[in-house]
Design a protein around this ligand. Structure first.
Ligand code: CA2
Length: 148
């Protein structure tokens, strides 16, 4: 069975590579999408890659993933640390979600060290920059198994 994966990116991640490269690296979100597309080919999965700056739009995309996607990789950006609504959306869709961050949120400001996503995610990858995206894809595909 071919797996379908949603890779969802939250607020300000559209600015990647254009500002604060010392924190988030020089890679743009388009570069990351290209990296993920190549990894999807390697893994034999299909991928939908999306970004929104709007909490409700992210929630709508999570709801729409139900029955269409087999799993989700979510970099919720700053909503990670604030959004009970995103947490509830993840709980409601009954899909495996991997929480992803470019930076090591545990080594940053105290407010970034709490995640509303973590308790409802199957796991978390953070601190590896753009390389975390293909790592998360591998982890999700391993979690989903062959389905045979
Ligand atoms: O490390 C991550 O991936 C984060 O999810 C990135 C979020 C941050 O609020 C989270 O705590 C950790 C911020 C993304 C902002 O990206 C920018 C890119 C360029 C310039 C400014 C911000």
């Amino acid at each position: 069975m071919q797996h379908h994966i949603l890779i969802l990116n939250g607020p300000n991640l559209n600015l990647l590579g254009t500002r604060q490269p010392e924190v988030y690296g020089p890679t743009t979100l388009q570069d990351i999408e290209n990296l993920c597309a190549a990894k999807a080919d390697d893994l034999g999965v299909t991928m939908t890659f999306a970004q929104s700056n709007h909490e409700g739009a992210l929630i709508d995309m999570l709801h729409a993933a139900r029955g269409v996607q087999h799993g989700v990789i979510l970099n919720a950006g700053a909503y990670t640390h604030t959004s009970v609504a995103l947490m509830d959306a993840i709980s409601s869709i009954m899909l495996p979600v991997i929480e992803l961050h470019l930076s090591n949120i545990h080594a940053r400001e105290a407010f970034r060290q709490h995640s509303y996503i973590a308790p409802v995610a199957i796991g978390q990858i953070c601190g590896f920059g753009a390389a975390g995206y293909p790592l998360a894809m591998e982890a999700l595909v391993t979690y989903l198994g062959t389905g045979d």
